[in-house]
Design a protein around this ligand. Structure first.
Ligand code: SF4
Length: 390
C-alpha cells in the first residue's frame, strides 16, 4: 500500500477518532477504495448510503421519479433491477436522468451485464460465479472495464451455491465467506479489482458473523446490508442492530437498509444509523424527550412538525426539543439550537448551548425553523470560507 493510501487512512482515523471522548471513537477497517460512478467507496471515503427502486424498470418515468426522491433524501447511489432486455434499454434513459450513480442489479444473465455496462450503469451487482462459462465472465468484465463500471459481488445466505450447502450442511458464515472468496478469485484471475462485496442474510447473527469473517480475509470495500429485513419498524430495528454493530466495529464502506417500505425510508434509516454512531451527519439531528406530565408544551406533536418542516436542511447540525427544565438545559448545552418548555405557555430558546431568549409555545415551531435555517446558513458560510482559505 502506498504512502498516499496510508495518509488517507491517517486522515480517516482522525475523522472517526474522538480525542476528547475516546469512548466515541470508531476505527474503520482499512479498505481499498473503488469508484461507483463519481462516488468513492472504501478507503477514507464517507460511508455511502444506498437504496433500490421498487418500480418496474421499464416504467422509466416512475423509476426516475423514485430515484430523484431517493437522491433528494440523501441517497448517494441507487440500484435498479435489470431482469430483461427491455429493462436494459430503459436503464439507459434512467441513467441519463439520474442525479446519482446507478447500480444495475443482475442475476445470472450475462447479457444483461453487458447491456447495463453499455447503458451507463456505474456498477454491476453480479456474481461472476453465476454467469456461466469463463468466456462469458470475460465478456462481462471486458464490458465493465470498457465503460468504467465497478462491480458488487452479492453473496446471499438464501441463495448459496449447492456445493457449499452440501459441504457446510446449511447457510453459515464460513459458507458465505467461501462463496465470496470464490467470486473474488474469478474477478482477480481476470485482473479486475474494482469491486465491493456483500454477504447478506436475513438473520442478524448470520449476517454479522459473515461480515466479520469477510473483513478478515479481504481488503476490498464492504457493502453492508441485512437482507429482507422486514417492514419499517422491525426492519429498522434489525438493521440498526446488525449494521450498527458492524459499523461500530469499523466494518462497512457503504450500506443499504432493506425495508418493505418506500426507498426514501431506507435512506432515512441508513442515515440515522450512521448519525447515531457519529460516522456521518446529514441534516438536523433532533434530540427530544419522550415527554411526560411535566412537559411545558406538546413535545410529540412539535417534534413531528419540526421533522417535516426541517427536511430541507442538509447541513449537519443538532436541535434539542425538551419538555421541561429537568433535562432541557443539559441537552441544550450540546446542541446548536434548543428549546426547553417552561411555564405559562412559553419556553426558553438556546443558541450554541446558551439560554438566549423566551418564546411563546404558539410561535415556537415557526421560530425554531427560522433559527435552524439561520444556523445552517452560518455553518455553510463558515465551511465555504474555510474551503476558500485552503
Ligand atoms: S424532560 Fe421533562 S417533560 Fe421531558 S420526559 Fe423528562 S421530565 Fe418529562
Amino acid at each position: 500500500m502506498g504512502a498516499k493510501f496510508e495518509g488517507a487512512q491517517e486522515e480517516l482515523r482522525g475523522m472517526s477518532h474522538n480525542p476528547i471522548r475516546p469512548w466515541r471513537s470508531i476505527e474503520r477497517r482499512k479498505s481499498r477504495r473503488i469508484m461507483v460512478g463519481n462516488v468513492p467507496v472504501g478507503g477514507d471515503a464517507p460511508i455511502s448510503v444506498q437504496t433500490m427502486t421498487n418500480t418496474a424498470t421499464t416504467d422509466v418515468r416512475a423509476t426516475v421519479e423514485q430515484v430523484q426522491r431517493a437522491a433528494e433524501a440523501g441517497a448517494d447511489i441507487v440500484r435498479v433491477s435489470v431482469p430483461d432486455e427491455a429493462s436494459s434499454k430503459a436503464l439507459k434513459e434512467i441513467v441519463r436522468e439520474s442525479p446519482v450513480p446507478i447500480v444495475a442489479d443482475i442475476h445470472f444473465h450475462y447479457k444483461r451485464g453487458i447491456e447495463s455496462a453499455e447503458a451507463g450503469a456505474a456498477c454491476l451487482r453480479i456474481n461472476p460465479g453465476n454467469i456461466g462459462s469463463p468466456e462469458r465472465v470475460r465478456e462481462v468484465i471486458a464490458a465493465a472495464r470498457d465503460h468504467g463500471c465497478s462491480m458488487r459481488i452479492g453473496v446471499n445466505g438464501g441463495s448459496l451455491e449447492k456445493h457449499l450447502l452440501e459441504k457446510y450442511g446449511e447457510p453459515c458464515p464460513e459458507a458465505m465467506v467461501e462463496s465470496a472468496l470464490d467470486h473474488i478469485r474469478i474477478l482477480e484471475d481476470n485482473d479486475f479489482h474494482e469491486f465491493k462485496i456483500s454477504v447478506k442474510a436475513s438473520d442478524v447473527f448470520l449476517s454479522a458473523a459473515a461480515y466479520q469473517g469477510l473483513a478478515e480475509v479481504t481488503d476490498k470495500p464492504i457493502h453492508l446490508g441485512i437482507t429482507e429485513a422486514g417492514g419499517l419498524t422491525s426492519g429498522t430495528i434489525k438493521s440498526a442492530i446488525g449494521l450498527g454493530n458492524l459499523l461500530w466495529m469499523g466494518i462497512g464502506d457503504t450500506l443499504r437498509v432493506s425495508l418493505s417500505a418506500d426507498p426514501v425510508e431506507e435512506i432515512k434509516v441508513g442515515y440515522e444509523i450512521l448519525k447515531s454512531l457519529g460516522l456521518r451527519h446529514r441534516g438536523v439531528n433532533i434530540i427530544s424527550c419522550p415527554s411526560c406530565a411535566r412537559q411545558g408544551f406538546d413535545v410529540i406533536k412539535t417534534v413531528e412538525a419540526l421533522e417535516e418542516r426541517l427536511e430541507h436542511i442538509k447541513t449537519p447540525m443538532s436541535l434539542s426539543i425538551i419538555g421541561c427544565v429537568v433535562n432541557g438545559p443539559g441537552e441544550a448545552l450540546m446542541t446548536d439550537v434548543g428549546f426547553t418548555g417552561g411555564g405559562a405557555g412559553s419556553g426558553m430558546v438556546y443558541l450554541a448551548g446558551k439560554a438566549s431568549h423566551k418564546m411563546s409555545n404558539a410561535q415556537m415551531i415557526d421560530h425554531i425553523v427560522e433559527e435552524v435555517e439561520k444556523k445552517a446558513a452560518e455553518i455553510e458560510a463558515e465551511a465555504s470560507s474555510a474551503q476558500a482559505a485552503e
